[in-house]
Write a protein that binds this ligand. Structure first.
Ligand code: SF4
Length: 238
């Protein structure tokens, strides 16, 4: 059973109070208000690396984990190790119930090519739901300008899909804000970003984008799917 959002925290008032604050101030506030039942789920995108940099340098006591689908790029696994070493943190692996080969035995090979919503449900959404059990709030790295579905995201919001609070410290940041922070603080980032991959997920569902394409055009290319279903409550979809 997933913990209910903390009743003592006024979501609207908290968002108003945090409006205009820096991402570090928002993270520090969240760590103080929520304590050990706060976690950050990172997918190792550029934004996630910024949040790990902020948490790591400030030594904020925030749990860190990633959804290891077993299908990540070698560059992503290398970045995971580099971030842990650089900041002296542990980023826990949360894995699906089935390995990739067990899933192939149960559902046939390459489920992602035939039914990506089901594959994401099995390898991302269900493990995330289990991983969030017992936490009161989770931090995400979403920005409003990433997708239309994220355009109305707030700094603090309730997350009815997972039954807890959601803290979005980078929600007002732009793409350029993220990369300015990375370069200024020499934050490790995925080597694939320099090879035409602005948005990186599982290897079978991620391709490079061409000049002028939407940054997420390389995710589930050729399908209508644009999200994994982790940050969208009105439709399935990262
Ligand atoms: S991104 Fe692709 S491979 Fe990864 S869980 Fe979703 S459908 Fe499966």
């Amino acid at each position: 059973m997933i913990a209910a959002a903390r009743p003592s925290l006024d979501v609207a008032a908290s968002t108003r109070a945090l409006d205009g604050k820096s991402a570090l101030e928002i993270l520090t506030w969240a760590a103080e208000q929520i304590g050990p039942k706060l976690t950050f789920a990172t997918g190792f995108g550029a934004e996630g690396c910024v949040i790990i940099d902020l948490i790591g340098r400030a030594k904020l006591p925030i749990d860190l984990f990633t959804l290891d689908t077993g299908l990540l790029f070698p560059e992503t696994y290398a970045l995971w190790r580099e971030l842990e070493t650089r900041y002296g943190v542990t980023i826990r692996a949360v894995r699906p119930a089935q390995t990739v080969s067990e899933q192939a035995s149960a559902f046939g090979p390459a489920l992602w090519a035939r039914d990506p919503d089901r594959c994401c449900e099995l390898r991302k959404v269900k493990p995330l739901r289990a991983a969030l059990a017992g936490f009161d709030a989770w931090i995400t790295a979403i920005r409003r300008d990433q997708t239309p579905e994220r355009a109305t995201a707030q700094i603090v919001e309730t997350d009815p899909k997972f039954g807890l609070l959601k803290i979005n410290p980078l929600v007002a940041w732009t793409h350029d804000d993220v990369w300015a922070h990375i370069y200024r603080h020499d934050v490790p980032y995925n080597a694939l970003h320099d090879r035409g991959f602005p948005s990186i997920g599982c290897q079978p569902c991620t391709s490079a984008v061409r000049a002028g394409e939407d940054p997420r055009a390389g995710r589930w290319r050729g399908s209508a799917k644009k999200e994994c279903g982790l940050h969208v409550i009105t439709k399935q979809g990262d």
